[in-house]
Design a protein around this ligand. Sequence first.
Ligand code: HEC
Ligand code: HEC
Ligand code: HEC
Ligand code: HEC
Length: 397
Amino acid sequence: VIDHGGRFAWLAILAIAACDRSLAEPGELRPVSPAIVRIDASDVIARFECNRCHEVPDTRPPPIEKQCVGCHQQIESGTFPAKPAAIERWRKRIVSLRHAPALRDSDRLRRDWVKQFLLHPHHVRPGSIAEMPRLAITDAEATRLATYLVPSEDETPLDESPDMVARGESLFHALACGRCHRFTGAAADDPALHAAGTLPGAAWTLAPDLRFARDRMQPARLAAWIASPRGAMPSLGIGADDARALAAFVATTPVAPQARPAVPARLPVLTRPVTWDEVSREVFHDRCWHCHAVPDLARGDGGPGNSGGFGFPPRGLDVSSYAGISEGAIDDDGERHSIFERLPDGTPRLIAYLMARYREEAGGAVDGIHGMPLGLPPLSLERIQLVESWIAQGRPM
Ligand code: HEC
Ligand code: HEC
Ligand code: HEC
Ligand code: HEC
């Protein structure tokens, strides 16, 4: 179905959702993925370059030099064309963005959850350092992407009787689901079992915190998923009845409200000398470089924070050298400005961007600012202190 202005596609989706329901047989688990007909959202996907990190249904991946996850995986597996010594060195350094969920599996999620997540992303997978980046996306674009990723919804309720829940709970422990999954706020959460995870790779990294499953997932697809998981979850050979019991447990066991982290206060600037070498090594090269590099380092692309990408215009900010960072960034009018200039409250612009990540993690946002590093956890307060001290000392070489 091609989205000619949207209306036709919406009708088709409604029709499919209706058929889906009428085909259900009592006692039978529906497939997670019925015959899928998606609306066309290729223009939005191309604009935000979702496929630099995700496998996107019906979409070809970009060239390898643009693939954030794909290139990191090639380095991890040793198939990237480079000298073995370099691969060895890089492999140790790449920890953050080695995996991202495949979006063909998002059809298990609720459409509205996906929409809200695109507008206000938050951390779902405790094993993944990388998070979904906050994009400059409109409500209408998020709606189209969510409709594309979740072509139909199945709201058939689960059997949540106490017997089912109790059986699910004992299966959850017996099958050690906590080897991969955290379940924060629930009595079944077992951080030690999770931390002992001797399962490297995608299965551990991509296991969601199950506290979100009841809001994220369509109830009928929760049971179907446990019986026949997809994506990075291996099949555990669970029969339909056990899967229903596990689903009832996952969907109803009480969870304590999520404690949102408070926005911390900045540390006072250091009195000891801080040099460019130190801030470059500890901060810019460590975390920022791949999105704010000189173009030839990343094979012609200076990264989304320099050459533009993920729907952002080119900001021209290169933090890979003293000369680069001194040139600052390009604003919406095409003028260059310093990233060290002080904002009206006296905070250097760069420090405001770094602190904004803490505000985002606390569930808020800072007007007109995307917290940095984009899509990664906030820098530690000590690292922010290091950068602020270097700025306060007049940015010595
Ligand atoms: C820089 C890499 C990156 C880009 C670009 C990106 N994502 Fe993500 N996305 C992630 C990561 C990492 C996660 C997993 C986050 C988590 O679970 O905490 C994620 C999670 C998601 C999820 C939730 C799926 C699930 O199973 O939890 C959806 C939906 C999603 N992304 C859609 C998109 C769309 C649509 C775009 C383009 C508009 C996009 N992403 C661009 C990295 C990226
Ligand atoms: C052509 C291959 C390639 C591409 C494409 C690529 N990276 Fe990297 N990435 C690397 C290598 C190699 C390193 C290690 C470099 C070093 O530390 O010397 C690295 C390191 C990183 C690091 C720091 C180490 C860590 O894991 O925390 C981050 C963050 C990162 N990349 C993010 C990205 C993002 C975001 C993109 C997409 C915009 C991207 N990369 C695209 C090869 C690539
Ligand atoms: C070997 C690791 C592993 C084990 C063991 C495991 N899972 Fe998973 N599970 C995953 C991964 C990885 C995903 C996400 C797949 C993806 O997004 O590609 C997942 C996804 C899920 C989801 C979807 C949650 C959401 O919010 O999207 C549910 C529900 C789930 N698992 C339940 C279970 C239950 C119940 C058990 C125990 C019977 C279990 N899992 C055991 C790795 C595992
Ligand atoms: C995943 C890619 C990515 C990573 C990692 C990243 N950035 Fe960015 N950065 C961007 C993008 C994209 C923009 C443009 C955002 C916009 O236009 O609102 C940007 C903008 C900025 C700006 C605003 C420039 C201006 O004044 O307009 C600053 C400052 C900045 N980044 C600093 C950093 C620092 C410091 C780090 C490392 C701690 C970092 N970034 C890591 C992608 C990234």
